[in-house]
Ligand binder design. Sequence first.
Ligand code: SF4
Length: 448
Amino acid sequence: MALSGIQIFKLLPKTNCGECGVPTCLAFAMNLAAGKAELASCPHVSAEATAELAEASAPPIRPLTIGIGDRAVKVGGETVLFRHEKRFENPTAIAMLISDTTDDAEVANRLERAKSLQYERVGLTLRPELLALKCQSGDAARFAALVDKVVKGSDFSLILMSDDADILASGLKACADKKPLLYAATLENADKVAALAKEAGCPVAAKASGLEELGKLTDQLAQAGIKDIVIDSSSRSLSSVFKDQVLIRMAALNKKFRPLGFPTIVFPCEMTDDPMKESLIATVAIAKYGGIVVLSDFQGESLFPLLVARMNIFTDPQRPLATTEGIYEIGNPNENSPVLLTSNFSLTYFLVSGEIENSKVPAYLLVKDTEGLSVMTAWAAGKFVSDAIAPFVKKSGITDKVKHQKLVIPGYIASESGGLEEELSGWEIQVGPREGAHIPAYLKAWKP
Ligand code: SF4
C-alpha cells in the first residue's frame, strides 16, 4: 500500500538539510509520495526507513530488465503520464516475431536484417532490441531448435512465446542464461510458468482478458514470488489497445494500483496484415505507454521512422540533445585538412557534419560543449564566445593533427574572429558560411 506524504515525512531525518534538492524533508516527502522524487536522493535515510519506504518510493510502473549484458533491455520505471511533467524513462523495446514454423533460410534472413538495421542519429545508435520467438508448431523440440539457432546467430535479448509451460521450459533450456521474457503466464498455467521463471530468474509476461482479470493474474504471480512482470490485456484492436494502455498507466500512476503497475506488451503483428497499418499501430503504442511492441518483421522503411519517433518521445524535453565535445574526423582528414568549429547542439552537429560529408572534402570538426545550445543561442548565452572557445581549441589536441593553424568558425559568430585571433596566438580565424547548406561550396574552395 502506498504511503502518504505525511507518513513518509515521519520516516525522514527531518533535518531539512536540502541535499535532496528541495529545501525541506516535508517537500521531499510530498515529492516522493507523488512519484516525482527518488528515495536515493536523500543520503541520510536510515536502513529501516529505507526498507519501509521502498514501497512508497518505487516507480508506479515497475522497472525490469530482459536479457543480460550490453544487449539487456530495460522497460517500465515510468513515473509520469506526460513527458513534459518529467520525462519518460525507458524507451519502448521493439521486437521482431520469429515463428518456429519459419523455414531456416528465412530465419537466417531475419537475423541478418535484425542485426543490420541500426542507424546513427544525433550521436545515438538507434536499433531494435528484442526477438520474440514463438512456438506455432506445438512441437517443443522444434521450438528449442529455433531458440538455439537464434542464440547462436545473434546477441539479441529474447521473448519466448507459448501458452504451454512445457514448451516454454524446452525453449528456456536453450537460453536460460540469457534471461528471456517468458510469454505468457495465463490464469490457467500461472503456477507452472511462475515456477519456471523463478527457477531461471526470468521475467514473465502475464496475459489475461481485460484489466480485471489481468490484475488478478499479476496478484497470483506476485504471491508466487514473481516480481518482474510484463502485462498483456489481450486487446488486439487499435482502439482497445489505446484504451487499455491509457487505463493501465492511469491506474498505476493516479490510483497507485499495484496489480497494473507493470510495463505492457503490445502486438501490432497480430492486429493487421498491412505493414503500413502495423507501423501506425506500433507508433500509437510507442507514444501511449507500450513497454514492448512486437512487429511481424523489421524492414528499414518502417523500422527507421519508428526508431526516430521513439527517440523523440523518450528524449528528456528539459535537456537539449547534445553531442560529446571533441574532435570529429570526417572522411579521413590529414594534416592539411580544414578545421571547422561548431556547437554541440545535436541537430547543429548533424547538419554541419552532414554537409561536410556532402562536400567530399575530408575535414576535422571541433565540437565545443555549449550545453546543447545551438550556435546563436550559445553565443547569446556567452557559451560560444572567444573566451570560451579559445581554451577549448588549445586543449582539444587539434594542433597534433594539422600542421596549419587555420580555424573556420560559423558565420553567425563572425564577430568573435578578432577576439579569437587575440586568444589563439598564431591562428588565422576564417569566417565560414552562416548556413550549413553553403559548407560544401566553401570547403571545395578552401586552401590550407
Ligand atoms: Fe531531509 Fe534528506 Fe532532503 Fe536532507 S536530504 S532535506 S534529510 S529529505
